[in-house]
Ligand binder design. Structure first.
Ligand code: FES
Length: 283
């Protein structure tokens, strides 16, 4: 099964239709505020994995009730709840999907297609139940659950094997030793100008504001884009760096994510000044 799902990464046949779908998603989410809301920037965590719990939980619970006598009304309520909450779950997923790499988008497209079929089956199941055809409704729901399960498996591959939605900066943190390391003389850092330095093999972005220093991992939490090449902008009076790859924006004074697609803050390090030299260490 794992090998079969891995072949989806090379499924070039879906590229054309996936590109059209991406244009539609981009068109529907032109507002930065809407995109940030759906990515989960306000939550400090990707929103999609949290929201999908609602339809999966409701549908799974309905399947259990469907296997018990006298639970038709409760099962129908749960099928309706799962079908309704699948819509916002799909919106958060589509918004994240549009900022993935080509290979990830292929797998994500099949994940979304499976979930769309599942949603259609549950919609048909709900219609059948409301018309009193509970046996048909039950059968459609069980097929829907199997398709949704397949979609979830593919979604798991997308996250755990291909790294979609995870904080990509974390492995760089593991390369840092836990001890304090020197970054350079304090006077080498110009006020208000971010500078890239290395701690061992790990690039970090150093930002000086008067006597205050921020040191954050230089590779973007979203997809490892080089923040050192990013544009510096001011948002709500705070200096920020914009990732040159997909536009994730982080506050330079504390690494907090201001705009997605990243939903995680950029990891910052502890700093101290010893004998006029700036040092940093993992928190
Ligand atoms: S790598 Fe995608 S926003 Fe930075």
């Amino acid at each position: 099964m794992g090998r079969l799902v891995a072949t989806l990464e090379r499924l070039t046949i879906v590229d054309g239709i996936a590109d059209q779908a991406r244009k539609l998603v981009r068109g529907a989410t032109r507002s930065q505020r809407v995109r940030d809301l759906l990515h989960g920037v306000w939550l400090g965590h990707p929103l999609h994995p949290a929201v999908v719990l609602a339809p999966i939980g409701a549908w799974l619970s309905a399947a259990i009730l469907d296997a018990m006598p006298g639970q038709q009304a409760a099962a129908t309520t749960l099928v309706a709840a799962g079908t309704a909450t699948a819509v916002p779950a799909a919106a958060t997923g589509a918004n994240d999907w549009a900022s993935l790499s080509r290979e990830q988008r292929r797998v994500g497209f099949v994940h979304a297609a499976a979930n769309t079929v599942a949603l259609g089956l549950y919609g048909a199941s709900l219609t059948a139940r409301l018309r009193g055809r509970h046996t048909t409704g039950r059968r459609l729901a069980y097929v829907g659950l199997a398709v949704a399960g397949t979609g979830a498996y593919i979604g798991g591959h997308l996250s755990y094997a291909l790294g979609a939605g995870v904080n990509q900066a974390v492995p760089a943190l593991w390369l840092l030793r836990g001890t304090w390391q020197r970054l350079g003389d304090v006077d080498d850092f110009v006020d208000g100008e971010p500078t890239v330095r290395k701690l061992g093999e790990t690039p970090v972005l150093v930002y000086r504001q008067a006597d205050r220093f921020t040191v954050m991992l230089e590779r973007c939490a979203h997809h490892n884009g080089p923040l050192g090449d990013g544009k510096i902008v001011e948002i709500d009076g705070a200096p920020c760096v914009v990732c040159p790859w997909h536009g994730s924006t982080y506050r330079l004074t504390d690494g907090v994510v201001v705009h997605g697609p990243a939903a995680n803050d950029q990891i910052t390090l502890r700093t101290r000044i010893v004998d006029g030299r700036l040092e940093a260490a993992p928190a």
